[in-house]
Design a protein. Structure first.
Length: 375
């Protein structure tokens, strides 16, 4: 094995320029695939961030709702009907909708209001202020990522939403919208005013079940009790939102397409380099054949060369990926890199390099051992 490794290393490092080209090809490919898949995972996480943090066992939504941001409305009187179903502990109304935020001295910008209550969806990762202060009719919570766009910079800053005064009473970190429209948390009644809907209009009812209650039985009872609604589990609503945004809009296919392109480009570059390297060492391989080395032995040399390229290229690409991860951490759409993704990328790198070795192996297979005596 040591001899195979020695031969593979010599072939790989002998031409420094070719070696650098190989590593650049691997790095380019893996970084591109990582960015595309990392964006996919980040996008997938961001489209369900509100659903993930909502205290609900079941969601009552308007029939045909495609995702959390769908501004369909329910009748708040459905809350009383839902509470009458055995097994339901609470049915907390939640309101969402788009409106205009007045940027001090700079026009206005659209925002996405989330009408909250103490029992419902509350802001998390609060770094300044107190979520309890949202009981104030004029209070709002915003994320520090959007300070520049909203024209605010600290607790106590004031502005208006649709002509109604608001005061920043809480600041969060990391609650970002994949649509880039800032989230603004506000009390339920105030949110109804900001969005411009009646007191009986709500977007969702967050249903919490009693301990030991049969979720399927409660779900069926709610569906029979209420008209023109759907009753979804949290997982179902999460998957529906992801499916709509990632595949209904084509965003997911675009990200996967970019990842596939990166893999193809990297494989072609590596294959070309390995083929060229093998061609330059045909005399050495012919010598091995002439002294009795099997084709399998020579194939192992080429594959070892490919695996060395994979390990070195992946190591460099991983360091770049970490830098990209840190750079995008506080951006509007952060890249997510999980241990499973990292392992998958390493396996992909190995597969790319080994597959690229096929062209070199075909070339070696055609060697006539007698050519060494004709040199």
């Amino acid at each position: 094995m040591s001899l195979i490794l020695r031969l593979a290393s010599r072939n790989l490092f002998q031409d420094r320029l070719r070696f650098v080209a190989t590593i650049i090809g691997i790095v380019f490919s893996i970084v591109l695939v990582t960015v595309q898949l990392g964006l996919f995972l980040g996008f997938q996480k961001m489209v369900t961030t509100m659903i993930d943090h909502a205290p609900a066992d079941l969601w009552i939504v308007s029939r045909g709702t495609k995702c959390f941001e769908d501004p369909s409305m329910l009748d708040r009187r459905d809350q009383t009907k839902a509470l009458s179903v055995p097994g339901v502990v609470d049915a907390v109304p939640l309101l969402i909708g788009f409106t205009e935020w007045a940027v001090p001295n700079d026009g206005s910008t659209p925002v996405f209001v989330v009408g909250t209550s103490p029992e419902g969806l509350r802001p998390w990762h609060v770094v300044q202020g107190n979520p309890a202060d949202l009981s104030d009719a004029h209070a709002v919570a915003v994320d520090q990522t959007y300070f520049g766009r909203l024209g605010v910079s600290a607790l106590g800053d004031t502005t208006t939403i649709r002509g109604h005064k608001v005061i920043v009473k809480a600041v969060t970190r990391g609650i970002r919208s994949f649509t880039t429209t800032p989230y603004v948390f506000a009390p339920m009644e105030s949110a109804q005013t900001y969005i411009g809907v009646s007191r009986n209009d709500v977007s969702y009812l967050l249903v919490r079940l009693s301990q030991g209650a049969n979720a399927n039985a409660v779900r069926e009872a709610l569906a029979k009790k209420l008209d023109k609604v759907e009753v979804l589990t949290t997982d179902e609503f999460r998957n529906r939102s992801r499916t709509f945004w990632l595949f209904g809009t084509g965003a997911g296919f675009a990200l996967f397409g970019g990842a596939l392109l990166g893999a193809i480009v990297g494989t072609v570059i590596i294959a070309q380099t390995l083929y060229s390297s093998t061609k330059d060492h045909l005399t050495e391989f012919a010598t091995l054949r002439a002294i009795g080395s099997s084709s399998f032995y020579i194939h192992k040399v080429i594959i070892t060369q490919a695996l060395l390229s994979a390990v070195i290229g992946f190591g460099v690409a991983f360091l770049i990926d970490l830098a990209v991860l840190r750079f995008t951490m506080d951006s509007a759409l952060p890249i997510v890199i999980t241990p499973i993704l990292t392992l998958g990328l390493f396996v992909l790198t190995v597969i790319m390099c080994v597959a690229s070795a096929a062209s070199a192996i075909v070339q070696v297979t055609r060697i006539d051992p007698a050519r060494v005596f004709r040199q």
